[in-house]
Ligand binder design. Sequence first.
Ligand code: HEC
Length: 155
Amino acid sequence: MKIIVSLATLFTLCISSVALANPVSSEKQANTAVQFRQAVLQLVRSNMGPMGAMAKGEIPFDAEVMIKNSQRIEQLGLMMEDYFTPDTRAFDVETGALDKVWENQADFNQKANDMVTAAINVREVATAGASDDYRKAIGALGGTCKACHDDYKKD
Ligand code: HEC
């Protein structure tokens, strides 16, 4: 049993080392990496937009849209770790990302995970038709954007 546990630990260590900052080797690579990660976040934004409007009462709640868009945000959130692994700090790229992203990757990835968890919650609440909880669930998802931006994104 002990052996199994330590193998599991070793395995976890191997997995997490994959996510270590991986410096890009040219300005071209750096620019591409920035484009890709910003594209991921633009899609996050596009899926969050209607839900934000619902939470503000600007448009009616629509459970189907909440389910579809939160699933997309879940998937996009799962991509963030990979798309932020290329470390572009050595190059003069136009980015909103602070250097702290690569100094503190475990915490950054945790914050991406928090977004995934909050997106899953939106889907569950919408699937259950728990309309009293819609606004709160969307608000919690929006809170995960802010939590990460406060620490890792330029104003
Ligand atoms: C784990 C951290 C993290 C989370 C969670 C996160 N963001 Fe971001 N976001 C960033 C970082 C870092 C940047 C800057 C990326 C860059 O410019 O290289 C960014 C940039 C953006 C951009 C600008 C993209 C561009 O084209 O420059 C938008 C829009 C955005 N985020 C929206 C959101 C929304 C909406 C949410 C929540 C639903 C969210 N983000 C959640 C870290 C995060």
